[in-house]
Design a protein around this ligand. Structure first.
Ligand SMILES: Nc1nc2c(ncn2[C@@H]2O[C@H](COP(=O)(O)OP(=O)(O)O)[C@@H](O)[C@H]2O)c(=O)[nH]1
Ligand SMILES: [Mg+2]
Length: 382
């Protein structure tokens, strides 16, 4: 009800702002100024809403209906019964989803998608125009599931397409049914109905390397150092509210995607904090970098808690190819904590760095490259 009222008010304000004569006659200047200010505020809040990151959408997609065939008989000046001339209806458009690397969120995807209907056929054998396909761009890594959550498609590469709902075929006009036995057919076909389908559209970020760590560990700072991505950095938890992807460019133009995955706290698998929404993004990363905050006194426990969270979400997730990034070595106590971490981690690769001061980043870059090459080798062997 509240949404309905907001919607009505929004349209009322829009009419006032866009019409020059009507508001001047009915409202005083002050009222008009107030209304326009209000309109601007509403517009701003709508814009902010549309900029929000969304990684899940429930979409009802409808293909366009096919146009009906036409029943018509041609009558000419010299030939009154010149035969049937009813054209076929046009096909309905499909709803098509296309993966695009320039798109990063599902916030622009509407909850109801309707492709254009085909036009009806006309006399003089005119075919109806086919409806346009509705092409919706989605981020790479978007998955589509039906009502029963059965996987339908996974758009893994730029340009991949998935037909969410097919358009109905156009019906035949009476000209089509003309034969030697029936030269004056009155039959025609109605256009097919467009497919209607409920889809669960879900984005699962795809990256080669996922940065996993508790809030404030320095994941966003590290991503800023490694790539040109600019996630917000600040000294309070939950600064980053959506996954950010940065690209590391190596000398031979090879590109490695790194994802800063926020929202991981103890109990995230039980939906605490930002919940499990962001854990699912980790699932699609080929290898993981555990970012540990060395300024905290319990680095070993941090690592164990991170791995526990991942394993609770999906068994074996924590044992993906990984390495440990021990961040904030510039702070006091870091050396002591690093030594404790080294003892506990046995032969695991540990990279002590300072993301803020850009210290010791080179060895980490080389290790990421190594992990990436191993992944590529395994893929080519398969
Ligand atoms: N001293 C120091 N501070 C750091 C370092 N890396 C990050 N920080 C600070 O830690 C805070 C949290 O960093 P941020 O990257 O937002 O952490 P995130 O929550 O894991 O993304 C910010 O105030 C950073 O400036 C570091 O290497 N040394
Ligand atoms: Mg962050």
């Amino acid at each position: 009800m509240h949404t309905m009222l907001t919607w009505c008010r929004w349209h009322y304000l829009l009419r006032i702002a866009s019409c020059r004569v009507h508001p001047l006659r009915r409202h005083t200047v002050e009222v008009r100024t107030r209304l326009i200010t209000e309109l601007k505020a509403v517009e701003k809040s709508q814009k902010r809403k549309s900029l929000q990151f969304m990684d899940y959408r429930r979409v009802f997609s409808k293909g366009g209906n096919g146009g009906n065939g036409c029943v018509s008989f041609l009558s000419l000046f010299a030939n009154e019964f010149a035969g049937p001339d009813g054209g076929d209806g046009g096909n309905g458009g499909h709803v098509i989803f296309q993966a695009d690397t320039n798109i990063t969120s599902l916030s622009h995807v509407k909850s109801q998608l309707q492709a254009e209907h085909g036009e009806n056929g006309r006399n003089k054998n005119c075919y109806g125009k086919s409806g346009k396909h509705l092409i919706v761009k989605v981020p790479v890594g978007t998955q589509f599931k039906d009502e029963t959550f059965k996987m339908l498609a996974d758009l893994y590469h730029h340009g991949d397409m998935f037909v969410g709902a097919r358009g109905g075929g156009g019906g035949k006009g009476n000209r089509f049914f003309m034969s030697a036995h029936n030269t004056m057919p009155t039959s025609y076909e109605e256009g097919g109905r467009g497919q209607q389908r409920l889809l669960h559209v879900e984005l699962r970020v795809i990256a080669h390397v996922g940065l996993v760590g508790f809030p404030n560990a320095g994941k966003s700072s590290l991503l800023r150092v490694l790539s040109r991505a600019r996630p917000k950095v600040a000294a309070y938890p939950f600064t980053t509210l959506r996954p950010h992807i940065g690209i590391i460019e190596y000398e031979d133009h090879e590109q490695v995607a790194v994802a800063d995955i926020p929202g991981l706290i103890p109990g995230a698998h039980l939906n605490h904090g930002l919940g499990i929404d962001f854990l699912k993004h980790i699932e699609r990363c080929v290898c993981l970098l555990y970012v540990i905050d060395l300024s905290m006194s319990d680095p070993v426990q941090q690592l164990a808690a991170l791995r526990f969270e991942l394993d609770q979400y999906k068994e074996g997730l924590s044992s993906r190819p990984h390495a440990i990034v021990a961040n904030k070595i510039d702070l006091p106590n870091a050396d002591k904590n690093l030594a404790t971490l080294r003892e506990a981690a046995n032969d695991l690769a540990i990279f002590p760095i300072s993301a803020k001061h850009r210290l010791c980043i080179e060895p980490l870059l080389r290790h990421i490259w190594q992990l990436y090459c191993e992944y590529n080798d395994n893929n080519t062997k398969k």
